[in-house]
Write a protein that binds this ligand. Sequence first.
Ligand SMILES: [Zn+2]
Length: 452
Amino acid sequence: MDTLAYQPENCWTHYTSSQERVAMDGTAQEYLDFLSQCKTERETIAWLVDQAQQVGFSENLSADQVMISWRSKALVLVRRGRAPLSQGLRLITAHADTPHLDLKQHPLHEECQVALLKTHYYGGIKKYQWLARPLAVHGVVVRKDGQVVPVCVGEAESDPVFTVLDLLPHLSRKQREEVVDKAFVGEKLNVAVGHEPLDAEGQDRIQALVLKLLHSAYGIQEEDLFSAELQVVPAGKARFVGLDRSLLGGYGQDDRLCVFAAWRAFMNAPISEHAQVLVVWDKEEIGSDGATGAKSRFMEYALADLVDHWEPTSKLRHVLQRTKAISADVHAPMDPDYQDVHDKHNAALLGFGPVFSKFTGHGGKYGASEADAEYVAWFRNILAGENIPWQMAEMGKVDEGGGGTVAKDLAVYGMEIIDFGPGVLSMHSPFEISSKADLYATIKAYGAFFCS
Ligand SMILES: [Zn+2]
């Protein structure tokens, strides 16, 4: 009866040829370079647009390779297939935003001889993870004349970095007795940005020097900060982790791991039966609301424009209802130190390939989008045909918590969609961990889907 039982397969023992391992290493290095370079949604979209342009994508809606970006924060890429759009798309969607600290609109102040930038955190963070570590500032300042000034400080070897101060253990007795949520509060996530006064006389001389330095570097003044989008992110490059270099460590892997995997699969994919679509969103980490999140009309309008140009007699609703899609988002595999939050019988493991979550949401399946049995079976067959390892899992114990993705926002169009992505440990931390082997298998899996 052994053959009746399902055994998940370890990617490390599946991809053993030296050719596969060389490809795996090369892909991992390219991924780490991408992670090191792209730390905000704007930087990620700019990178994708640049790469897409290099291989012939344009905003010309009559062409066969089309790129539609939205406010520098969301993107739709489409490659025409052999079949008409009305037979549906092969669509993969991922998100480019990641948890970070946003500067407040009045960020600059000084206390106790230190100039500080006030922040409001974005997305689900454990606040203590952002203390006492080197931080960088990425983003844009837009001046009244409309000029967009890109900012990136803290990444070059010669750059200064920034930091949020932490309380010394000697005086932390009260803090230690607090529950974590009370011990670390948002209003104390202030970023140290200066210490030297502009001159000896007058008020607020330290912040005056910071303003002077900002003006000389970027031509901006305090009022420009009111409209700026400046994000505080962990400074430094993504790295291989472990003596065997098997793990990939870096900030923002949820969900840039899937953005990169889907992008590579999209680029590698030959023209196929169905049109291939890659959609990258912003704002997933805070509920997908707003003009650039998955609840917006951006994708719908972009595809409507495409239908108008490519197939004016087809109906967009039919295109969407006949579409098969992947919500490419990362999964929480078993954490070796916190195994008790997982249901071992329904948990994924790092290194066993991309993970299907048939449904997301939390206790009682609230807020869930659930893929049909028919669709999951169809997908299993695609992966079996290409001999790609994969796993089926649920994130955490039933009453332990949970999470949502953009799947439910796209499912409303009637398309078939399932969450399917690699595992990430230390998720939402400044240094997330993924598996080199999972990245490799995920690219292959997304590629098989695009060509299905
Ligand atoms: Zn995510």
